[in-house]
Design a protein around this ligand. Sequence first.
Ligand code: ZN
Length: 382
Amino acid sequence: MSSLSGRIFLDSEQALVPGVVHWDGKGQIERIERDPQAQTGPVILPGFIDEHIHGIGGLDTMDREPGRFDAMSRALARHGVTGFLATTLTAPLEDLRRIIEESRSIALGPLSGARLWGLHLEGPFIDPIFKGAQPANAIAAPLVTSAQYLMGDNRDQWVRLITMAPNMPGAGLVIEWMRQHGVAVNLGHSSATFDEGKKGVLAGADGLTHFFNAMSPLNHREPGLVGLGLTEPRLWCELIADGIHIRPEMLAYVFHTMAERVLLITDAMAAADMPDGDYQLGGSPVTVSHGAARLNDGTLAGSVLTLDQALRNLLRWGIPLPAIVSALSGNSARRLGLLDRGAIASGMRADLVVLDNAYNVEATYCEGRPIFDARPILHNGQ
Ligand SMILES: [Zn+2]
């Protein structure tokens, strides 16, 4: 039995409430007691979940370094993340297949930081017109045979999410195949019209990858994928809240109108948590300066954002804390079918982030186990 005291973000109240959260030896929350004396304690939020992250700390999902997933999981724990989907880039099918198989075998053993829930394949079935920083020469036509080659029957649902362009010939059949094999589908990297996007939704897609970025923009007669995201209640919308990918005013608009469908992600690449300088993404040189990662032609190449920084940014831009917490945790857990994650309530897993008054991460717990701790004295016999 372990516990933490502080201002706890209670799911039932959607507010910070002074109290103590207790969990059992299996990392399941048993009960939450109210305690006015905890008013001076730290902020305690549910662990953050990032469904779209390529790398951090100099490492990338596409590397061949065998220890990279463990190192990434530890680096993410420093930023309050308790669960993530390692995200691949567009690459030759045989390279992607190797990464799927290799990461699946690594995941059989527990990682020392945030929990790796599986993979998000960003590509290769995307639209060259909106490739962003994805390598053009490896973009593949959407074929069911290619999907089968990549992931077999995906019986263990190791591949949990794929980003696809719905406007490429054959995409509808591949979206249906993905849904039948336990893979959620995000539309993205696509010049699809509103109607082409709608067909993707009817085939089973239920999300948009980095909403607004690398997709057909909003026009009042041809609303594109941006218009679809604004109006289609079935779509989860990933947002990168670094202030570079989307203007803060647009982020505020989205939170104001559709907060229940927002998923905060980072789309971070290897340079996250690293100094400015020269890096690589998918074999292309990337320069990082002033918080932006760009190819030589100026195209944004992922981000160097972390989710705790996204939280601080959004608070500064006036977004209410409950909406941010849902977009960092609860919405992402629901989207991925992680039914006992994403909220602090009895019966849920003790995935917890401890933050100071300025919302800097002091400690992170995954299933009740400390995976990061920067506090000078451990609390409550932990
Ligand atoms: Zn990405």
